[in-house]
Design a binder for this molecule. Structure first.
Ligand code: ADP
Length: 271
């Protein structure tokens, strides 16, 4: 009975792996991380969601500023509302606003114009991941080798790292028209994703969306991309972020769908 079940799980997981591969191919995801190919003997045992240790693996999404991380996270949440959005930028701002001890610590670095040391910067992220009921979408974090190492030490690892590839020209055009709804934190764009008429009046430009700040953030991205490559090469799925919001979303959802299905099957058959 046990052997039969194991075989069924194997077939199911293999199917999910093949499904992922076929789908990512169809949608022209440029890289397919080897660990997704569950049927390959070389990668056996490297399936991200293992029933044995039940280690929770998360979805990381990264890319240059205005590449669509927030937009795509929202799209993913519409499909999979049980996931939790963890945005380091939002957490940072919220912590400072709350005036908590950690917030005051963060503010002291920010107002001195110095970088927040990674062991402190990671704190709100770890708190949010721990508080989440399940898997999270980690948006815009980590940004350095040190932060990736700290995440690993704290047991926060990716099932997939989506990298949104967008040229600096596209980034500039997007930042130029980006609008933020201060009430919900949702992002819109004057031309590409206009806010609904009933909230349009309250939407505003983000304070950090200035040309000078953008050019600095684009430089920082180069270092981040290198750190991501070094830390997570086997987990990276590169997505052409310059396509339409719906097209980019379809690519990301196809990968997540296969992994969520694998997890469901593994959990189901492990009982
Ligand atoms: P990030 O979270 O990476 O900084 P956002 O999700 O805030 O990026 O997107 C930046 C801006 O670009 C927003 O105004 C958003 O509406 C717009 N945008 C996002 N994805 C696309 C896309 N695929 N095509 C056109 N505009 C987009």
């Amino acid at each position: 009975m046990f052997t039969r079940m194991t075989r069924v799980v194997g077939v199911a997981v293999g199917f999910a792996g093949l499904y992922t591969f076929a789908d990512t191919k169809k949608n022209e995801v440029t890289t397919s991380p080897p660990h997704l190919l569950a049927t390959s003997p070389k990668t056996e045992g490297a399936i991200p969601f293992r029933s044995g240790d039940r280690t929770m693996k998360h979805y990381f999404i990264t890319g240059p500023p205005a590449s669509g991380k927030g937009t795509q996270t929202n799209m993913l949440l519409q499909e999979y509302p049980h996931l939790t959005h963890v945005s380091s930028g939002d957490l940072f701002r919220a912590e400072i606003r709350s005036g908590s001890e950690l917030g005051q610590q963060l503010l002291s670095y920010v107002s001195a114009g110095t970088l927040v040391p990674e062991p402190i910067a990671i704190k709100p992220v770890l708190q949010a991941v721990e508080a989440a009921p399940g898997r999270v979408i980690l948006d815009g974090y980590p940004r350095s080798l040190e932060a990736a190492g700290l995440l690993k030490q704290n047991g926060v690892e990716p099932a997939v790292v989506f990298v949104l590839n967008v040229s600096p020209e596209v980034v500039r055009a997007r930042v130029h028209g980006r609008l933020l709804d201060p009430l919900t934190g949702d992002t819109y764009h004057k031309l590409f994703a206009p806010p609904p008429p009933d909230i349009a009046a309250r939407c505003e430009k983000r304070v950090d969306d200035t040309t000078k700040k953008l050019e600095r953030r684009l430089k920082v991205w180069k270092g981040t991309r290198a750190a991501i490559q070094e830390s997570y090469s086997a987990y990276i799925v590169e997505v052409d972020g310059s396509k339409t919001i719906a097209e980019v979303s379809a690519e990301i959802v196809s990968v997540v769908a296969a992994l969520e299905m694998t997890e469901t099957l593994v959990v189901f058959f492990s009982f």
